[in-house]
Design a protein around this ligand. Structure first.
Ligand code: ZN
Length: 83
């Protein structure tokens, strides 16, 4: 099963980084995936197959934007969430 990743996604790894964080942000895609530790900012490149076996879950970035490639002036319609 292929792991679907996009730049900006955050992945939770099964093992903690020595710094104590398990969250990494995807910054580069290709045969090797570049990820940055969300806590210590350590950057590593891992082969996709290696990463697939070590990722517990993918936390997609806010999907309110960036769904399409249309770059025609998107108005920031901000929904205010109120209780
Ligand atoms: Zn770290």
């Amino acid at each position: 099963m292929a792991l679907e990743l996009s730049i900006g996604d955050v992945v939770r790894m099964k093992k903690l980084h020595p710094c104590g964080s398990s969250l990494w942000e995807v910054t580069r895609l290709g045969a090797d995936i570049g990820i940055v530790c969300q806590q210590c900012r350590r950057y590593v490149m891992l082969p996709r197959t290696y990463l697939e076996r070590r990722v517990r879950e993918v936390l997609p970035r806010d999907h309110s934007d960036n769904e399409t490639l249309s770059s025609s002036g998107s108005e920031g319609v901000s929904e205010s969430v109120s209780d």
